[in-house]
Ligand binder design. Structure first.
Ligand SMILES: [Fe+2]
Length: 324
């Protein structure tokens, strides 16, 4: 039976792949600037500079759009935490270090652009946003228990990047503002390239050490948390985002897990040893249960939306738009 590779061996074996993928990324990525996506003419001073402070009436965004924007921005703000974890698992030597630096710089652009948009358009309360940023960043994010090493890391970031892409795209739709939609599409396109990068490294991991890769996939998928979990007000915010299809269990299954597992050919591979087979069987069971949970979730949501629509109709209110 093949012996497990240790962390150093994994990093060394994967490094040429990281070098190739980084070069490929640099040829396909678009070097865009946040300032090109912001409607600066809408901007004006706040009270401290002789203008007027924020008031809820100034925001053109719906409650769900505000929530989704804040959650997505706070997720981007937490970059130092992700950078620390990634650096711990990848190291900064050679191609790994080049990639970590590049990825961090690109991710930082997302937070800059979203914050510029929210401030200039007065879309959310700037004082509250800053208060939340302080809490979220001081707390940081910890990797789930049992999560360690380069394979867990690349599998996790693959899922996280695809999930974030879905979340940004859906947020763009609920903002009901072509400028926000264009900006979030631009950000989502970056997340897509990041997802492709990590997905391809994981694929190489499957080729090098299939059992270890399979065990990482099982570990990460069965313990994955939605982006934003653990933030202040997450229960309320999470429910609102799920209800409006910003990121829900159906998207998690259909748009995130299934395409990624298909790409890795997890259920077709014939190169597993007993450990890989066992992990794959466990994942198959988990996916069956998840599909059932998704159906239950969709029924519950449909029921809830129907009840709310009736309430709104009774009260003479216009129907709520749910972009799913
Ligand atoms: Fe990002």
């Amino acid at each position: 039976m093949a012996r497990d590779l240790n962390e150093l061996e994994l990093l060394t074996e994967l490094e040429p792949v990281v070098a190739d993928l980084t070069n490929r990324h640099l040829t396909v990525t678009k070097n865009w600037s946040p300032h090109d996506y912001i409607p600066w003419e809408e901007g004006r001073n706040f009270a401290n500079m002789g203008g007027e402070d924020w008031d809820p009436s100034q925001s053109k965004l719906s409650e769900v759009a505000k929530t989704a924007m804040i959650v997505n921005l706070l997720t981007e703000d937490n970059l130092p935490s992700y950078h620390r974890t990634i650096q711990d698992n990848f190291g900064l030597d050679g191609a790994w270090g080049t990639w970590v630096g590049r990825w961090t710089a690109e991710e930082n652009r997302h937070g800059i652009a979203m914050r510029d948009y929210l401030m200039v358009t007065r879309a959310v309360d700037p004082v509250e946003l800053e208060r939340l940023r302080m809490i979220v960043m001081e707390r940081g994010v910890n990797a789930p228990e049992g999560f360690q090493g380069v394979l867990d890391q690349v599998v996790y970031v693959t899922i996280q990047e695809v999930a974030t892409r879905v979340s940004h795209r859906q947020t763009g739709k609920v903002c009901n503002d072509p400028i926000a939609d264009q900006l979030l599409k631009r950000i989502a396109a970056d997340e897509n390239l990041h997802a492709v990068f990590y997905r391809n490294i994981t694929e190489a991991g499957f080729e090098i050490t299939p059992d270890q890769a399979m065990e990482s996939v099982l570990e990460i998928i069965t313990s994955f948390d939605m982006p934003g979990s653990g933030m202040p007000n997450w229960r309320r915010h999470g429910v609102l985002m799920v209800k409006h299809g910003i990121y829900d269990l159906r998207q998690h299954l259909d748009e995130v897990l299934t395409p990624v597992l298909t790409k890795w050919r997890v259920f077709e591979r014939d190169d597993f040893g007993p450990r890989g087979e066992k992990a794959r069987d466990q994942l198959a069971e988990y996916m069956v249960k998840l599909e059932k949970d998704v159906l239950k979730f969709e029924e519950r949501r449909a029921h809830l939306l129907e009840r709310e629509a009736k309430k709104r109709e009774k009260a003479g209110l216009a129907p709520e738009v749910v972009p799913v």
